[in-house]
Design a protein around this ligand. Sequence first.
Ligand SMILES: NC(=O)c1ccc[n+]([C@@H]2O[C@H](COP(=O)([O-])OP(=O)(O)OC[C@H]3O[C@@H](n4cnc5c(N)ncnc54)[C@H](OP(=O)(O)O)[C@@H]3O)[C@@H](O)[C@H]2O)c1
Length: 361
Amino acid sequence: MPALIPATEPLLVRTPLLDSLNPDPVPVSGRPVRWGVISTGRIAATVISDLALLPDALLQSVSSRTQENAEAFALEHGFRSAYGDDGGIPGYQRLLRDPAVEVVYVATPHTSHYPVAKAALDAGKHVLCEKPLTINAREAEDLVSLAREKSLFLMEAVWTRFLPSVQRAAEIIASGELGEIRWLQADLGFPAPYHPKSRLWRRDDGGGALMDVGVYPLTWALISLGRPQSITATAQLVDGGVDSDTALTLSYSSGAQVQAMTSLTAATPQTATVCGTKGMLRCNAPLFNPSELTIVSSSGEQRVEKFTPAGHGYTYQLREVIRCLQQGLLESPTMPLADTLATMSLLDEARSQVGIHYPAD
Ligand SMILES: NC(=O)c1ccc[n+]([C@@H]2O[C@H](COP(=O)([O-])OP(=O)(O)OC[C@H]3O[C@@H](n4cnc5c(N)ncnc54)[C@H](OP(=O)(O)O)[C@@H]3O)[C@@H](O)[C@H]2O)c1
């Protein structure tokens, strides 16, 4: 195991950023939390640059399928050790044996979330795992049971929930300012050129629009209206059996409805609009990281609230993981495991209606 950075404890420096990211009235302990990162891919690099903004996050170890990639990533981002596949042992398994690692961030493709997160929990590590948590609800239930059995923290990395703009939207909706919520529209689509080897399009990689971005419109539905009574899906499937475009209708016992759209072919507005009996709220694009909320009352009065996120916007969920670990919480009240299980069940049901099946099902 190459030691890349001298193993000295960091000095915890309180900063306005740290304070602004810690809205909880119970103060954080300030204890440094040692992170391991599994993957050197695209999202891992972006999220880690935000993790580095947090003074009580210690970048301990990174793993990759190759030692070369792991070391290059470690040097670039300041990790202390790097693990690649070696002698038939996957790099991530080697990282999980590192006793210094307390929590792992899993940022590998969808289909590996379950085996990698399970191995991490089995090794006694807390887990923050990219979305979707798993390929199906059965795998998700298994991870949740394992985390609870072992008293370990587990969270799906739905970073959008922790953004100040989205927290504010949830606050406005809960305040009753919009009245009773009756209708919600949310979409996330972008044209992704078809490539048979891309994880977005490969069935074996859990490809398709719904699995890649469905969690974002569903997040707006869950924070605005909670869990629906039923879901109806229609989809356009491509040759490999994954969806290029999926439309969802969620129905609630109150009579409220959600229309959600995911697409890998169309440049969609990428917004969410929440409509109630007294007014509506619309976020600007992209709905996964909005910087503006427009609130329009039923009488036509309008106001705009603006937000500037810290870093790329991932700092808030990372701050939450650290806060939970420092305070001994095993799940985040802002992104509860029950909501992850509800989302995975909705995705399962939608997939079964339109005929999307993955090898793990
Ligand atoms: N929260 C967000 O905003 C956001 C944005 C994009 C993606 N994501 C999620 O993050 C995950 C990764 O997406 P990405 O775009 O970063 O993908 P990516 O660029 O393809 O990176 C994934 C990395 O995982 C590693 N890997 C590949 N196959 C693996 C396997 N079978 N087992 C273990 N590791 C493997 C590779 O790193 P090594 O070469 O180092 O092994 C690869 O570079 C997806 O689940 C996606 O849904 C989230």
